[in-house]
Design a protein around this ligand. Sequence first.
Ligand code: FES
Ligand code: FES
Length: 273
Amino acid sequence: MPDELENEPAVGLNADEAALLTEMPELSGIGQSRRAFMVQSAVGGVGLFAASLLAEESALAQMPLAPDAAATMTATPNSVSVAFQVNGAPRTLQVDSRMVLLDALRERMALTGSKKGCDQGQCGACTVLVDGQRVLSCLTLAATLEGREVTTVEGLATGEQLHPVQAAFIKHDAFQCGYCTPGQICSAVGLIAEARRGHVSHVTNDVAQQRPRLTEAEIRERMSGNICRCGAYPGIVAAIQEIHSGRQAAQTWSFADEAQLARATKEGGHETV
Ligand code: FES
Ligand code: FES
């Protein structure tokens, strides 16, 4: 215990605390300062389940371990084996049962396309597909994926051939810094498949239609879990609409040719191309 707590003077109990001690005599033997009483109360506030877990953990901590078991636990705590497909290839990993898919992808398989934005399910940067459905990999335990098929942004292209959604994102200039883009693209692929399967959304007017049309409002609603701090939303919506509708829109930008680049360099690099 830190010195400042050790040295803190004991303070008497208030009426509520004294009443609680009367109801729970098991606490009364602890004989405590107000600080100690409050710590007890806080643990109690977590609930019986947490208290029993704490008791169990404490009991386990006191049990002697066989030397080889102790070594294994130190090497991979809470280790479980999980076999699944990642981008079409079979993978078997020994993971901590608490490891999330995002960390398994990035740290164990070097698949760093999926990004860690918030790590708490708020931004969508970590979106991947599991059995074709979009999921937040930062909230998905790797140990739950036994036998499942995971597709990340690295697995969408076929050789040098980009996935149509990837190509549409480039065509519609649907990104700036690109940090959110892998999650946006995986989410868009999942979204288009959902619409084809007839899934409706919060803004679908006619829920009886077989295949809801992806209007701008539909796309914005369905992509609302994917945040883009660069504000590339108009391009993202246009890219998804093009793939969903099959109607080709004109590309509104092009790479500069050499003459334009030379002219821009001569004029101070400010020419817009
Ligand atoms: S990193 Fe998963 S939602 Fe933000
Ligand atoms: S392109 Fe920068 S965050 Fe989306």
